[in-house]
Design a protein around this ligand. Structure first.
Ligand code: NAP
Length: 297
């Protein structure tokens, strides 16, 4: 999801010569001036060849095993992609003098006292979180200061070719078909529109920033409240949304309760300004931007 949006935004900017990669033979995007090559990031030799061929100045690593429950059942694969491949990539970045911008997650935190600043102490409660934290440590530990870690939270957007559905489109689809859903009231997040996230990443690339950055939406709410906001914006029946808590569903991976981010650093250092939640939901659902009120126009 993030990779496709970065291609859409950065592929249009003449100052970048973008090469996108993915596991498929064919790219999952159309248009733009972006190159594409097939790459499994856990194939060390293929990675090294790509660095030799393309000689990147900047590498943005959006690839990850992101299905949190699958990471519990296939721990070996999860570690290969989320940790080991990042170690190889960071080493290659150092050798080639490239800057590494590595995407990470709120799931590195235990969710006891969010929303979090960048210097909060990680303490993952799932294997996915542990593997992503190990990836962070490889990104920052390669022996160069040309690295940035961009952590984000509950990302949503309009799915493009072959992209997985996400929370906003899932809620819309369920409610549109008249199905009841149950959504947790005891998990809090700062949901992130993928368009804002890609903009934040591009700014960190543009300003050659190093260090950890929290890039997310600004509004802090429970996932259940988020579902209600989606229903309200889409004009769907909010009475179909029932309550649940973390004990309701038997999921292999534990989810942190209260994450979400304080984004002051990204706001002040790179001018990051995420859209208001309702506006971003409207755009995701293809409803266009909200009309300006007389007070704001
Ligand atoms: N989505 C969220 O709510 C969220 C929240 C916090 C952080 N993040 C982080 O944000 C980043 C981007 O996630 P996303 O939301 O864009 O997830 P996504 O849509 O699942 O994208 C991850 C991509 O990584 C690819 N990938 C997996 N293993 C690979 C491998 N060995 N080699 C090459 N590509 C591989 C996947 O390819 P296939 O499609 O072929 O599997 C997929 O296209 C990740 O680092 C994730 O941890 C996401």
């Amino acid at each position: 999801m993030l990779g496709q949006e970065l291609v859409r935004q950065m592929g249009r900017m003449p100052k970048y010569d973008v090469l996108a990669t993915g596991r498929d033979a064919e790219p999952r995007f159309t248009g733009g001036s972006c190159g594409y090559t097939r790459l499994d990031i856990s194939d060390d030799e293929a990675l090294a060849r790509l660095f030799d061929d393309f000689e990147p100045n900047v590498v943005v690593n959006c690839a990850a095993m992101t299905q949190v429950d699958d990471c519990e059942s296939d721990r070996e694969r999860c570690w290969q992609v989320n940790a080991d491949a990042v170690e190889t990539m960071a080493g290659l970045c150092k050798t080639h003098g490239a800057r590494l911008v590595h995407i990470s997650t709120d799931f590195v935190f235990d969710g006891e006292d969010g929303p979090y600043r960048e210097d909060a102490r990680p303490n993952p409660v799932s294997y996915y979180g542990r593997s992503k934290l190990a990836g962070e440590n490889h990104a920052r530990g390669a022996g160069t200061d040309k690295w940035a870690i961009v952590r984000t939270v509950l990302v949503y957007g309009a799915p493009e070719m072959g992209a997985r559905s996400n929370f906003v489109t899932w809620v819309r689809d369920k409610l549109t078909s008249g199905e009841s859903i149950r959504v947790v009231t005891d998990q809090w997040r700062t949901p992130t529109w993928v368009v804002d996230l890609a903009d934040g990443v591009e700014r960190i690339v543009r300003y050659r920033k190093s260090g950890v950055f929290h890039v997310s939406g600004r509004e802090f709410l429970s996932v259940n409240e988020f579902a209600h906001r989606i229903a309200d914006v889409a004009g769907l029946d909010r009475s179909l949304i029932g309550e649940a808590d973390s004990t309701t569903f038997s999921q292999p991976a534990e989810r942190p309760a209260k994450t979400g981010f304080i984004i002051l650093k990204a706001e002040t250092e790179v001018g990051f300004r995420p859209h208001a939640l309702d506006d971003a939901i409207r755009e995701t659902l293809g409803m266009g931007p909200s009309k300006p009120t007389s007070a704001s126009s």
